[in-house]
Design a protein around this ligand. Structure first.
Ligand SMILES: [Zn+2]
Length: 95
């Protein structure tokens, strides 16, 4: 597994998103909900080191408010478990 791909896996794991098998020429990977398996989108591996972690950190508030992630609410739950204070503030601000 490439270093960038490992980084992508590690970055999505805490928020409850699973990175699946490569699709489309092996440069894109399917993102699915860790809880229910619903397809959430794709991620490309043409990223610089550190980029994916910072990207997901920037999306934290959106996950917390349920604006991105699965309709089952798993990523919002994970966001709350990761940082309840920030998740609550995001929900108030965005919901
Ligand atoms: Zn789900």
């Amino acid at each position: 597994m490439s270093t960038i791909l490992e980084e992508i896996h590690q970055a999505y794991e805490p928020i409850g998103v699973r990175v699946g098998a490569p699709i489309a020429f092996g440069t894109y990977y399917r993102l699915t909900c860790e809880k229910c398996g619903k397809i959430l989108g794709n991620v490309g591996d043409k990223l610089l080191p550190g980029m994916i972690k910072s990207l997901i950190d920037q999306e934290f508030d959106l996950y917390a408010a349920g604006l991105v992630g699965c309709s089952c609410g798993h990523q919002a739950e994970r966001a709350k478990a990761l940082d309840a204070k920030r998740a609550e503030a995001a929900k108030k601000r965005l919901a």
